[in-house]
Design a protein around this ligand. Structure first.
Ligand code: GDD
Ligand code: MN
Length: 387
């Protein structure tokens, strides 16, 4: 009976498919379209999706991060002609992965697909993907550019190289086996998604990798090839921030399972500070340019300052300080570091002198406590969480 209704809706008018099961409201699929400034693309994508999904009861959910170009208004205007369209407009928030997660959470369809709103993904693959999902009982069907029959369109050598590197890195670190884990075009059974959404980080661009590497029951995967198309209107939002987010996701999926991810990033920057410190110390004292006290003091101030600016970019890009706010930020960072250093030395000396720990262990304990202190205090005062 289900099938009859689907067949009957095949010749439906725009939007008619969503009403293919009168009175039941039951859907075959939801298509999530994340958008940021895609004003000139949304009408075309809806028109194409409406055509290709005509035989299926579906809804199209845009998740728009309050685009300044008015994408959300445009989407709502499309509802008159395409009643299967919805718009989740997020205020004061940005992020592709987390937008997709919210789109998933907004549907009651048993299956949902994600497709970019800029016409670069091949929507004509969707019926085949759904058929594969049903036939193979797969939890996730991925549109792959790396498979035979897939491709990268007009990507530059440089971006291609980056993509391959990132793919290799993520396969190695997460243990996922798939030809294109970085794909932004895929379909997932909502039950399987909801079972692991609690462990999805939502950080950055790579929502598929995020889902695949989240804790949960084994997922059964399938892939379908597609060719990445050239963007016609608007521009890509892929920038340095996206790269940093990618590293954050990788850290979260490795060491971050045991220690807070931001703390790991903060400690990496701290280790960089030690390198800077030693370089300056050897440049000043090692060459006989200054005495030890002056060299050590200079190295300390420079290393702290470098650390402050690097931390302001990674891991605190989201809360980064600019303009005059840098000054109190830098001061509070230095003050926290100074107290952290005192705690570090105090504890290490106590463990060495009074407890009798070997010097390496005493020093390590001091460093760990100092780092935790610095991290905790600067997270509270230097880079306050706005929420
Ligand atoms: N809601 C929301 N919030 N949407 C966003 C955001 C955001 O912060 N950033 C980007 N988008 C939307 C864009 O409007 C577009 O519809 C889609 O997400 C993809 O963004 P692009 O900036 O065009 O990404 P891309 O073409 O460089 O990269 C795509 O292909 C890669 C390779 O498959 C994305 O699909 C990546 O996820 C994918 O890895
Ligand atoms: Mn794109």
């Amino acid at each position: 009976m289900k099938q009859d209704n689907v067949a009957a809706s095949a010749q439906a008018q725009p939007g008619g498919a969503a009403a293919s099961r009168p009175g039941t409201g039951e859907l075959d699929i939801a298509v999530i379209v994340p958008t940021f400034n895609e004003l000139d693309n949304v009408e075309a994508i809806v028109e194409r999706l409406d055509r290709v999904l005509a035989g299926l009861a579906h809804e199209i959910i845009f998740v728009d991060d309050n685009s300044p170009d008015g994408t959300a208004d445009k989407v709502r205007a499309l509802v008159a002609k395409y009643p299967q369209v919805r718009c989740v407009q997020r205020i004061g928030r940005r992020g592709l992965s987390i937008a997709v997660v919210e789109g998933f959470m907004a549907t009651s369809a048993p299956v949902a697909a994600v497709i970019d709103g800029d016409l670069q993904h091949d929507e004509t693959r969707l019926p085949e993907m759904l058929e594969t999902l049903r036939r193979e009982g797969a939890d996730i069907v991925v549109g792959s550019r790396y498979m035979e029959g897939g491709g990268f369109g007009d990507w530059s050598q440089n971006r291609l190289r980056m993509s391959k590197l990132a793919t290799a890195l993520s396969l190695r670190l997460t243990g996922v086996t798939l030809s294109d884990p970085m794909s932004g075009f895929f379909m997932v059974r909502m039950e399987a998604f909801r079972a692991r959404v609690g462990d999805v980080t939502g950080v950055g661009y790579k929502i598929l990798l995020d889902i695949l590497s989240a804790r949960g029951a084994q997922l059964s995967l399938a892939e379908v090839p597609y060719e990445f198309a050239t963007r016609q209107a608007g521009e890509s939002k892929l920038d340095n921030k996206v790269m940093l987010d990618f590293f954050e996701l990788l850290i979260a999926r490795t060491l971050g399972r045991y220690v807070p991810t931001k703390f790991i990033m903060f400690s990496m920057v701290g280790a960089l500070g030690v390198v800077v410190h030693m370089a300056i110390l050897s440049g000043l004292f090692g060459t006989g340019l200054t005495g030890f006290a002056v060299a050590q003091a200079t190295a300390t101030v420079v290393a702290m300052t470098v650390n402050f600016f690097v931390n302001n970019f990674f891991p605190y890009f989201d809360r980064r300080l600019t303009g005059w706010a840098l000054l109190p930020g830098w001061l509070s960072f230095c003050a926290a570091s100074a107290v952290g250093a005192l705690a570090n030395v105090g504890l290490a000396v106590f463990l060495f002198d009074n407890v009798g720990l070997p010097w390496v262990l005493a020093a390590l304990a001091g460093i760990v406590v100092g780092a935790i202190w610095n991290y905790a205090i600067t997270a509270l005062y230097t880079w306050k969480d706005p929420s």
